[in-house]
Design a protein around this ligand. Structure first.
Ligand SMILES: Nc1ncnc2c1ncn2[C@@H]1O[C@H](COP(=O)(O)OP(=O)(O)OP(=O)(O)O)[C@@H](O)[C@H]1O
Length: 202
């Protein structure tokens, strides 16, 4: 298998160690009870939290790549994204490029003219996903990306993610939705009590 993302002995005081090798286009799900450490795990992979262990992307170690570049290639999508301007459109360098992705997840380009605070939770969630996808990361670290979405919109988001995977993009998906694990994931890891992580059946 061609190696895309390689994770060896990744841990902090709360969670791990985690070992996983992902190939292009692969999607792994990470599940576990609330507070188990799933978000912490994604943040370590993105180099946003201190950690021990090795993470490499296409053979390049995390610490050989500038943090900003790493985070752009291996991008963390938090459950609730930050916004640095009140206007939605200010977060998009190229609005024309955004339109097809907005439509794909059931949003309208008119929303780019709105205040962030006018968007619903689910609209903000999808807007943040589109904002990140436009930067074309190679690995998506998705933290409950559909938690605020209904079944129809969830299906559209999953369809978009499947298309992106076909181009080789890898996904680490944190979710509480067992059906989504079955629809999306090639493999599943569970974060257990005490932060131990084990691979389990889908
Ligand atoms: N900066 C931090 N320093 C220390 N502990 C933290 C920090 N942030 C979160 N925690 C704790 O780490 C534990 C794991 O948090 P995390 O957000 O990773 O859980 P989670 O599995 O993603 O939960 P959920 O499913 O509810 O989102 C929690 O007990 C949380 O209180």
């Amino acid at each position: 298998m061609e190696v895309g993302l390689e994770i060896r002995g990744l841990k902090n005081s709360l969670v791990g160690p985690f070992d996983c090798v992902m190939g292009p286009g692969e999607c792994i799900a990470v599940t576990g009870r609330s507070g188990a450490g799933k978000s912490r795990l994604l943040r370590m992979i993105a180099d946003l939290d201190p950690h021990e262990g090795v993470v490499a992307f296409r053979g390049y170690l995390q610490n050989e790549i500038a943090a900003a570049q790493w985070r752009r290639q291996v991008m963390y999508f938090p459950a609730e994204s930050g916004w640095w301007s009140d206007n939605v459109g200010d977060h998009f360098a190229n609005r024309a490029e955004a339109e097809p992705l907005l439509h794909a997840v059931g949003l309208s380009e008119d929303m780019l003219g709105m205040s962030v605070h006018r968007l619903s939770t689910g609209e903000r969630q999808r807007m943040a996903l589109v904002r990140g996808l436009l930067l074309q990361p190679d690995v998506l670290l998705l933290d409950e990306p559909c938690s605020a979405l209904d079944a129809v919109i969830t299906a559209r988001v999953e369809e978009l993610l499947s298309r992106i995977r076909k181009a080789g993009t890898m996904i680490v998906l944190v979710t509480h939705d067992e059906d989504q694990v079955r629809r999306m994931a090639d493999r599943r890891f569970r974060v257990l009590e005490g932060g131990r992580i084990c691979e389990d059946m889908i």
